[in-house]
Write a protein that binds this ligand. Structure first.
Ligand code: CTP
Length: 407
């Protein structure tokens, strides 16, 4: 699980996990672990088909409780109403992997096994993630049933393309566990950013000098990724403008990859008029080298006397967005400092026309570049100032959106 998916604030949320008879059933164990790490309590139902691929004991050993099996085995609690219990206890239900047969049962309300009864009796959000052979997935009956699930309000995580177990290639692989996990967290999270269009800049920029060398910085993009994820989970429509990073996002998050500061500037300033909020976390190179040229600089050219590289300024993206900000738009900036944190944060809040600035001292351990945590000083245009202890970046991100929603 990538670090920007590791939200731990879902304590007390209950998720019911349905597993059906697919070779991908073992991946449900990963989903179980991920949900538990997010703080969720997880119960599970394995169909008879699922139990052929992976043992109920594996789910029990990892802490799923209770674990239901066949319809007439009844409830592990001894009650005769196991088919109704998840609907009474859980906040969300996820069926992953879901076979063609289970999708058909769900579409038609055919309650002929424990899992399909539980789904029919489940009043909360239901997420379904299929896995099957590509020809089964493309069969008209499956397509129709899949459409019906959409009409019935199921949250659908479509299968991905690639090699499947039988050797075929095509659409039918279970979506990555991260994708399914994010759909479950989104179903559990408050949708208090629903309807807002959020722009996040993140990562470093790379400023080329010759054919093989560039000027950059060690930003991993993690803080911005956590903000983008938190906004997505809370219902926002998120667009990420990303400098070079290895981070990936759920399919519903739009990602525009860029390399240089000027490319990031073009994309961010084009998008800004259509956005409600922008959050600039990118570590943009303030200066770019005057290029040596398209070819590779050869060592021999500088041997003996060394070389001097000239730099020219890059545009300030955040400042430009601040200048173009219209009524109702909100702008969040970051400040990476090694000196007087509070004074610099105050100066940047004012001069870049920000609503909130989150500043951190990058010389401190556990704060800043490539760290999983951050220690923030947060200042807003209403004059509120807060110092937050060292927190996971996912937690910092969640709190920053809370802060934005204060007014
Ligand atoms: N920023 C930006 N475009 C730039 C430089 C910075 O959008 N060319 C944004 C960053 O994403 C961050 C904020 O401005 O949200 C502050 O960045 P920081 O590097 O701390 O400050 P600078 O304004 O570059 O000033 P200095 O380097 O002098 O501290």
């Amino acid at each position: 699980m990538q670090p920007h998916y590791r939200f731990a604030g879902f304590l007390g949320k209950r998720v019911h996990l349905g597993v059906t008879g697919s070779i991908a059933a073992y991946k449900a164990l990963d989903l179980l672990r991920s949900l538990q790490e997010a703080g969720c309590l997880v119960s599970a139902t394995l169909t008879d088909g699922a139990a052929e691929f992976v043992r109920p004991l594996s789910f029990e050993a990892l802490g799923a409780s209770p674990v239901y099996g066949s319809m007439f085995e009844g409830s592990p609690s001894g009650s005769a109403f196991g088919h109704l219990e998840p609907g009474q206890a859980a906040h969300a239900m996820v069926i992953a992997p879901a076979t063609a047969a289970t999708i058909a049962r769900l579409a038609f309300g055919l309650a002929d096994d424990m899992l399909s009864c539980q789904a029919l009796a489940f009043p909360g959000p239901k997420i379904v993630a299929p896995a099957m052979n590509p020809r089964m997935w493309e069969a008209p009956a499956t397509r129709r049933n899949w459409e019906m699930l959409g009409e019935l309000g199921y949250i659908r995580v479509r299968p991905w393309s690639g090699h499947v177990a039988c050797g075929d290639t095509g659409e039918g692989r279970l979506a990555p566990v991260e994708e399914i996990f994010a759909s479950v967290l989104r179903a559990l999270a408050p949708q208090d950013l629903a309807g807002r269009k959020v722009l996040v800049t993140l990562g470093p920029t790379r400023e080329p000098w010759d054919a093989v060398r560039f000027w950059s910085n060690p930003s991993s993009g993690l803080m911005g990724a956590c903000l983008a994820m938190a906004a997505h989970l809370r219902g926002a429509d998120v667009t990420v403008v990303a400098g070079p990073t290895v981070l990936t996002f759920p399919e519903a998050v739009r990602v525009v990859p860029v390399t240089t500061a000027r490319q990031m500037f073009e994309v961010a300033t084009d998008l800004w008029p259509s956005m409600d909020v922008a959050c600039c976390t990118a570590a943009v190179a303030d200066f770019r080298p005057v290029p040596f040229g398209e070819t590779k600089f050869k060592k021999a050219s500088g041997a003996g006397q060394g070389i001097t590289v000239e730099f020219t300024p890059n545009p300030d993206i955040l400042r430009t967005l601040g200048e173009a900000k219209r009524d109702g738009q909100r702008l969040i900036g970051f400040a990476a400092e090694t000196g007087d944190l509070k004074a610099e944060a105050g100066r940047k809040l004012q001069s870049k026309r920000l609503d909130i600035i989150a500043a951190n001292d990058i010389s401190k351990a556990g704060s800043g570049f490539a760290s999983a945590t951050n220690e923030m000083y947060v200042l807003d245009a209403a004059g509120r100032r807060e110092t937050w202890p060292q927190l996971d970046k996912t937690e910092v991100a969640w709190r920053l959106w809370d802060h934005l929603l204060l007014d």
